[in-house]
Design a protein around this ligand. Structure first.
Ligand code: RP5
Length: 175
């Protein structure tokens, strides 16, 4: 089984000393204020046992760090990047980027959604719904599942489990 590796790092320094397992998914965001939203992606990757890292990398506040993170992630074995926002990152990496529009205090997330989904030709960013980092995590697992039978079957099982949950809720309602 793949060990998961939720290493919270800030500005490139690991905040804990969990044994590093080569992460396959990078979860990045511009501020720790995004963490309450973005942690849902990490929870999904934990659930599926996919090693990952979580980093605060801001295009606006730490542009050099963002540049080096995005341009070297694939060399470190990262296979998918999940980014709060994410447009700039997609311009700097050959990896698939999943953008999560994060609802800031104003504008209800529409600003972030449009900044991600309206990317120019040649800079693709898969975009999920506002604040829906759960779907970003699931989409990353599905991407990895293309080349990983174990993950693919776990995703099928997850979908069956979700159906059961919905059906059981429906049963409760109809009683
Ligand atoms: C963005 O500005 C961040 O990713 C965050 O979504 C928003 C507000 O950042 P803080 O002012 O809370 O640090 O760059």
């Amino acid at each position: 089984n793949i060990e998961s590796n939720l290493a919270i790092v800030v500005e490139g320094k690991k905040l804990d000393d969990t044994p590093a397992v080569a992460p396959r998914v990078g979860i990045i965001m511009g501020s720790d204020s995004d963490l309450p939203v973005m942690k849902s992606a990490a929870e999904i990757l934990e659930l599926f046992g996919v090693p990952h890292e979580v980093r605060i990398v801001s295009a606006h506040r730490t542009p050099e760090l963002m540049f080096s993170y995005a341009s070297s992630a694939h060399e470190r074995g990262i296979q998918v990047i999940i980014a709060g926002a994410g447009g700039m990152v997609a311009a700097l990496t050959p990896l698939p980027v999943i953008g999560v529009p994060v609802r800031a205090s104003n504008l209800d997330g529409l600003d972030s959604l449009l900044s991600i989904v309206q990317m120019p030709r040649g800079v693709p960013v898969a975009t999920v719904a506002v604040n829906n980092a759960t779907n970003a995590g699931l989409l990353a697992v599905r991407m990895l599942g293309v080349a990983n039978e174990d993950l693919l079957s776990r995703m099928s099982q997850y979908q069956e489990d979700q159906k059961e949950i919905v059906l059981s809720k429906g049963d409760k309602l109809s009683k």
